[in-house]
Write a protein that binds this ligand. Structure first.
Ligand code: ATP
Length: 507
């Protein structure tokens, strides 16, 4: 399983999708850079999201708010007081963990050592969930059996935070084989702090936003006052957010700097359940429509006890990544909580006057909140396929054409007989409309393979027949089928295919 992830990370590095940030200086944990192919992929995802959720709708407008806001915003939103995760340190290894993501396994159970002392010990495992943690524990249990006794079967699984302070002494941390090296869980605020202006004093403290949503709430009145919107309507924003995550991991999945794509959809309280149901389904379908078609994609409704106290309902769109099933996007019915918090803290009237019904009220809000980096990672994981064509194995990224970084590659079969000139002319023509790539180096099979790895849906080759009848060879990434198209019709043919036109039979 992890192997799968290692292969993907290595492909991302090698082909220029994603690099560790500031790698020449040894990198910095939790920060990533998108390379030439990665930036196109992520931009296509953000553009598709914006086109589908903002531009094509009559009931949505966009915003682009500043990253640093008046710190009182974060007091009102509850982030200053409550945006924290419980953190645990290991004194032996200096590793730091999120206590809410640790599970304890009463796996190695009471035995006595040679001195007759009880050696009851619990193994702690980490993971996206108990299953992933169990896998990690399984491996260590055999090794530690000599020291602590035979594992019990089946192990009892307890979230670490439910273990009593006294029992925590028995826990062996995830990266050591000594007991009692974990500190007490401490609460750790995830917001990055900085100072605005010359003075580094408490009164100048500001925060890098941990979510884009609050910029939307803070501008609710401004947007309503522009007169362009009427309830029900949404405000959307794409932008960077920052969280000083305790344990950034799983490639870009949990980063300290990431991009969010968020909508706050405002509506009448009596219509809010319908809008919640609408967005919950619409957002799930969006991922399916863009290629997450496997049973790895799930929609999970939160249990009542999981809900924030103000939320009437929440659902997560989850993807089964190689490292575990985790959240891509959350859709939350947040009631009137956020606007009311800002009314209370700012003293401003953020209510809405319904002209038709002559009523004033605080709208309810449904929030679909997605991560551009997590979406990018899911599309990468889903697209990654190793298969065989003509007895040769290949790695291919089967991206949806709308998301593929490069739409087509143009090649001359060989570097003579005027083929490069013809190919370049087609490339120049296509480049006016599509992100295309030109390559004349190496054997044609190798060039196809390189494009497969980059996820390029189509290759267009100028060959000897082109010189006689003007047609070029189109090749489809997924089926490897090849067929001929008149050179001057290449742009139209490519456009049709990218719009979902079917790939012809091989010719
Ligand atoms: P998690 O439980 O995984 O920390 P969360 O529930 O705190 O996530 P939200 O606050 O709901 O996440 O944020 C909305 C979206 O922003 C998430 O669904 C995810 O796509 C993205 N996101 C949140 N934290 C990170 C992060 N550290 N790295 C990358 N994306 C993130």
């Amino acid at each position: 399983m992890l192997d799968e992830m290692e292969k993907l990370v290595s492909l991302c590095k090698r082909r220029g999708f994603i690099f560790p940030s500031s790698e020449v200086y040894g990198g910095i944990n939790g920060f990533w850079d998108y390379g030439p192919l990665g930036v196109e992929l992520k931009r296509n995802i953000k553009d598709a999201w914006w086109a589908d959720n903002v531009r094509s709708r009559d009931d949505m407008v966009g915003l682009d708010c500043s990253i640093i806001m008046n710190p009182r915003v974060w007091e009102a939103s509850g982030h200053v007081g409550g945006f924290s995760d419980p953190m645990v340190d290991c004194r032996a290894t200096k590793e730091r963990y999120r206590a809410d993501q640790m599970y304890v396994f009463a796996y190695v159970f009471p035995r006595t050592n040679q001195k007759g002392e009880p050696t009851e010990a619990w193994l702690a495992g980490l993971g996206g969930g108990p299953e992933e943690a169990a896998e990690a524990v399984e491996k260590r249990a055999a090794k530690l059996a000599k020291k602590f006794g035979e594992p019990t079967d089946p192990p009892a699984v307890i979230p670490y935070l439910q273990v009593s302070a006294e029992d925590r002494e028995k826990v062996i941390g995830p990266a050591t084989d000594e007991r009692g090296t974990l500190t007490e869980p401490r609460s750790f605020n995830l917001m990055f702090k900085t100072f605005v202006g010359a003075l580094e004093s408490e009164s100048n403290v500001a925060y890098l936003r941990p979510e884009t949503a609050q910029g939307i709430f803070a501008n609710f009145k401004n947007v309503v006052d522009t007169g362009r919107v009427k309830l029900p309507f949404g405000i959307a924003q794409i932008g960077k957010s920052f969280r000083n995550e305790i344990n950034p991991r799983n490639f870009t999945f949990r980063s300290r700097e990431f991009e969010q794509m968020e909508i706050e959809f405002f509506c009448r309280p009596d219509e809010s359940q319908e809008w919640y149901a609408y967005w919950r389904n619409a957002r799930f379908r969006w991922y399916v429509d863009h290629g997450l078609q496997s049973d790895r994609l799930r929609l999970r409704d939160h249990e009542p006890e999981e809900l924030a106290f103000y939320s009437k309902a929440t659902a997560d769109i989850e993807y089964a990544f190689p490292f575990g099933t985790s959240e891509l996007e959350g859709i939350a019915h947040r009631g009137d909580y956020d606007l009311k918090q800002h009314i209370q803290h700012s003293g401003k009237d953020l209510s809405y006057f319904d002209e038709e019904r002559k009523e004033r009220f605080v709208p309810h809000v449904v929030e679909p909140s997605a991560g551009a980096d997590r979406a990018t990672l899911a599309f990468l994981c889903e697209a990654y396929i190793e298969d065989e064509v003509g007895g040769e194995s290949r790695t291919v990224l089967k991206f949806h054409p709308r998301l593929a970084p490069v739409k087509a590659a143009v090649f001359p079969l060989v570097k003579r007989d005027g083929m490069p000139e013809k190919a370049e002319a087609i490339y120049r023509e296509l480049k006016r409309r599509f992100n295309v790539f030109y390559d004349e180096k190496g054997a044609i099979g190798r060039r196809y393979r390189r494009q497969d790895e980059a996820g390029t849906p189509f290759c267009i080759t100028v060959d000897s027949q082109t010189l006689t009848d003007g047609t070029v060879t189109f090749r489809d990434r997924d089926t490897c089928r090849q067929w001929r198209v008149p050179g001057e019709g290449a742009a139209r043919a490519l456009d049709d295919l990218l719009q979902g036109g079917s790939v012809p039979e091989a010719s």
